[in-house]
Write a protein that binds this ligand. Structure first.
Ligand SMILES: [Zn+2]
Ligand SMILES: [Zn+2]
Length: 103
């Protein structure tokens, strides 16, 4: 994984990431079926979600980052003692890793 920007993330950008498009939109959502670069929707598809579904974030994190917690490569689901995490979840440390890599 090559970093796009090799500098630490200033707080202003962290702020912007919270209010603007989430990097997890780069992948489609396994939960609501939103396409790549499209926002997540509610089950009725009538309303857009301000944030991507957690499942989508996990899917994105899985593709983006290695896990410092359970030591898996990008594309490999997180596990705990060999058992995959519930709902395809990813470890919090991996989530942080992916966000920092994306920023
Ligand atoms: Zn979704
Ligand atoms: Zn993990």
């Amino acid at each position: 994984m090559s970093r796009v920007f090799g500098v630490p993330l200033p707080p202003s950008i962290r702020e912007a990431m919270r209010t603007q498009q989430h990097p997890a939109r780069a992948v489609s959502c396994p939960h609501c079926g939103a396409h790549e670069h499209r926002p997540c929707t509610t089950p009725s598809k009538r309303r857009l979600m301000p944030q991507p579904h957690p499942q989508r974030v996990s899917a994105w994190v899985r593709e983006m980052a290695c896990c410092p917690e359970c030591q898996v490569e990008p594309g490999v689901p997180c596990h705990q003692d060999g058992v995959p995490l519930r709902n395809g979840d990813t470890h919090a440390r991996r989530n942080r890793e992916a966000l920092e890599t994306a920023a």
